[in-house]
Each structure stands twice: as C-alpha cells, then as structure tokens.
Write a protein that binds this ligand. Structure first.
Ligand SMILES: Cc1cc2nc3c(=O)[nH]c(=O)nc-3n(C[C@H](O)[C@H](O)[C@H](O)COP(=O)(O)OP(=O)(O)OC[C@H]3O[C@@H](n4cnc5c(N)ncnc54)[C@H](O)[C@@H]3O)c2cc1C
Length: 381
C-alpha cells in the first residue's frame, strides 16, 4: 500500500493553492448574504480546469484518474472557501458529466461534454420531488411515449444548479406500474418548451450554489435525448450515486484541514487566564479530535478512490464515506466555533458560514439515515 502522491499530483495541488490565492478575490460574506451564484469564480475555475477533470480528452477534458481527481478536489476544499461554488461544481461533475461520459451516446458526448468541460454550460440533475425524497424510485414524474418522442409531466425540487443550468438530467417513469424498472433519464436543455423554472429556492447555506424548483408541463423530449437505454434510469441513478457519495465530500476533507489549521493557530494565540487557550486540555482535546476525524475521513476517501481506480464496486464504501465525511465536517465546524468563543459566532469570522454549508451534507446525495441503512444492509441486517 502506497500513500504517497506522485510529482504530477503534487504539482496539481500546488497550482490549485496558488490559483486560489492569487486569482480569486470575491467577497464571500457578501455573496453568501446576497445568495448569489459566484459566476466569476465559476468561469475562473473552468479556465483552470476543475470542471474538465473527469472529462475524456477526446471531448476537451483532462481525463485524470480518480486518485488525482480526489486529490485535486481535496486541495480545492483546502485552498478555496466558497463551499457553495465547490458544491455547484461537484453537482455538475458527478450528477451530469459523469452519467453522460458513462451512459451517453457518441452524439450526446460530442454535443454536451465539450460545453460542460469548459464550464460554458452548467449541468445538474433532478430526481427529488415534493412527495419523493429518500424513497427515490417512487418518483411520480411521468414520461409518456408518443411516436419518437417522450412527453414529460411532473415536478422536481431541490435541483442543485437547477435554476441556472443549461442542461438537466431529469428522471421520469414511463410506466408507474413497472415501479423502478420504468424509470428513465432524459437530457433536457434549458430552453426546451415545457421546462419551467418555478423559482430559485433559498436555503440555509451553500448560498452561492443555486437550487431550483422545476415544473415539467408537457415537455417534449426527442428520443435522441434519452440517456442510456429505455428503462435504465435506475442503473444510471445508482451509478451516479455511488460516485457522488464517494467523492462529493472530497473537498470537505481539505476544508476540515484548513479549519483545523486555523483552530491550532487561534488556540495558540488567544490568551485567557494568563495562558494560551491551547494549554487548556478541554480545548486541546477538541483539536486532537478534529485531527483524528480528518485522518479517518481521508483514509475512507482514499480507499474509495483506490477501489474505483481498480474498477471495483464500492457501494458500501461510498455510503460509509458520505456518512462519515458529512458528520466529520459538521462536528469540525461546531468545534471550531466553540474554540473561537463568541468570535466563532460572528459572521466576519466566517465559521458560522462553514457550519451552515456543512449542514447540507447530511441531506444531499441521500441522507445520513439512508447511508446508515445501506451499511446495515451490507451487514445482513
Ligand atoms: C443542499 C441540497 C442539495 C440537493 N441537491 C439535489 C439535486 O441536485 N437533485 C435532487 O434530485 N435532489 C437534491 N437534493 C435533495 C436530497 O436528495 C433530498 O433532500 C434527500 O434525498 C432527502 O429527501 P427529503 O428531503 O424528501 O427527505 P425525506 O425522505 O422526507 O426524509 C425525512 C427524514 O426521514 C428520514 N428517512 C426517510 N426514509 C427513511 C428510512 N427508510 N429510514 C430511516 N429514516 C428515513 C430521512 O433520513 C430524513 O431524516 C438536495 C438536497 C439538499 C439539502
């Protein structure tokens, strides 16, 4: 087992750190309060190449291996503080680019991947509905086949990037009686008639990522926009979830490291009762726990990356990675706020934003309870 990174990977990390430090100057407190999409940085990261990490070279991407991508995303979370934009990029990569790379036709790949890789188009996916959350395969959006087309009617909610997306993968059922076997995935472009962006949904954190509520009202989709084969929607969703759950929080590992370093520095500087607060064992223990969480999270993440690099199934590991990393990120933010005392509660210290951002991770890509159920199922429970 070799835990060392090669020179190319180390250089990529270095470049990400330098780029974030030198090129990205947006006022995150303001953007967070205004709940605006961080468009400037989206294009800057696209020029840098984050949105093209997984895309094959043939379609203008970098086609990096999954270990390098994991390291790049971890470095991104360490170097760059806009968790909302990182989340938007993750949704774009795992929920839109990856399914097209894996299941798309040659024509679909040629049409969409270069635009998505360059960040000129923003991708998203819509599965969740007002009455369908964790019980995802009970979705009610209907796709009715008519000649060579499908007519979609339904209602999607929680769609990350949804209100600004150029391309949305929408999951719908062609035959509710077939239950999950009737589910299909459709590639829907933003100007398609019948695709109605009802609103941008305001939320607790990840404010620079825009979340949409979408209505499909007799939305006509040509059959060339089916993703995968008829009835393969469940397989597409399950594949996307394995990767998304495994890697969507790679950046959070970097974020935890950044917050940990900040806490160490603060605890050594801040004096109370005539000594640095780091000398109080209750504070030191919080920091030691943060370090333990960081390294455990990292090990789960790297194992996940190694499994996928080795083409092995990793549904159990994906659930464990998602469950552990989300809780580690939340706990780390709570400890950081506590270590900073009253200052941790202030907006200008930017830790309360970190906590609000971290909280979303226990819900998206399947809640923590659902990840626990998956783990239990693998244990035969
Ligand atoms: C920031 C964010 C981004 C998101 N992005 C997207 C996106 O891009 N596309 C998309 O389609 N969706 C997205 N979602 C939706 C997300 O996938 C759902 O919120 C999630 O699947 C849970 O569904 P729900 O909110 O309807 O909760 P429910 O399923 O109603 O769950 C409510 C509670 O019951 C628990 N529960 C449900 N079933 C069980 C069970 N069997 N056993 C034990 N407990 C259970 C849940 O864990 C939760 O605590 C996003 C959500 C968030 C918060």
């Amino acid at each position: 087992m070799d835990f060392s990174w090669n020179e190319t990977q180390i250089n990529l990390k270095k470049k990400i750190l330098e780029f974030a430090q030198q090129e990205l100057k947006e006022d995150l407190i303001k953007l967070d309060q205004e709940k605006k999409f961080n468009q400037i940085d989206w294009y800057k990261w696209a020029d840098f190449g984050i949105q093209s990490l997984i895309v094959p070279q043939k379609y203008g991407g970098q086609e990096l291996d999954i270990l390098s991508i994991t390291y790049a995303l971890e470095s991104l979370g360490y170097a760059y503080e806009d968790n909302g934009l990182i989340f938007a990029m993750n949704a774009h990569i795992w929920a839109c680019e990856l399914p097209i790379i894996t299941f798309g036709t040659e024509a679909q790949k040629q049409k969409y991947l270069p635009l998505l890789a360059q960040g000129k188009w923003i991708g998203s996916h819509g599965v969740s509905e007002p009455s369908t959350g964790s019980d995802v395969y009970s979705l009610k959006t209907i796709a009715e086949k008519k000649d060579d087309q499908y007519i979609l009617n339904g209602h999607k909610i929680f769609v990350t990037n949804g209100s600004i997306a150029d391309l949305i993968i929408i999951f719908a059922n062609v035959d509710l009686e077939q239950n999950k076997r009737g589910i299909m995935a459709f590639l829907i472009e933003k100007d398609t008639e019948g695709l109605i962006i009802k609103r941008t949904i305001s939320k607790m954190g990840l404010s620079t990522a825009q979340m949409g509520e979408i209505i499909l009202d007799n939305c006509v989709i040509p059959s060339e926009n089916i993703l995968g084969k008829e009835g393969s929607g469940m397989a597409i969703f399950s594949h996307a979830m394995e990767w998304e759950r495994g890697f969507i929080l790679a950046s959070a590992v970097g974020t935890i490291e950044r917050i940990l370093e900040r806490c160490v520095k603060y605890a050594r500087q801040r004096q109370q009762f005539g000594q640095p607060i780091s000398k109080f064992q209750l504070i030191a223990q919080k920091i030691a726990n943060m370090k333990l969480r960081l390294e455990t999270a990292r090990n789960l993440l790297y194992k996940m990356a190694w499994l996928k690099k080795s083409d092995k199934p990793a549904l159990l590991e994906a659930a464990m990675t998602k469950l552990y990393l989300s809780q580690a990120w939340i706990d780390c933010c709570l400890d950081a706020i506590s270590i900073h005392g009253g200052y941790g509660y202030l907006t200008e210290f930017e830790l309360e934003r970190e906590l609000r951002d971290a909280m979303g991770s226990q819900s998206y890509s399947g809640t923590s309870e659902i990840q626990s159920l998956i783990i239990a199922k693998y244990l035969g429970l």
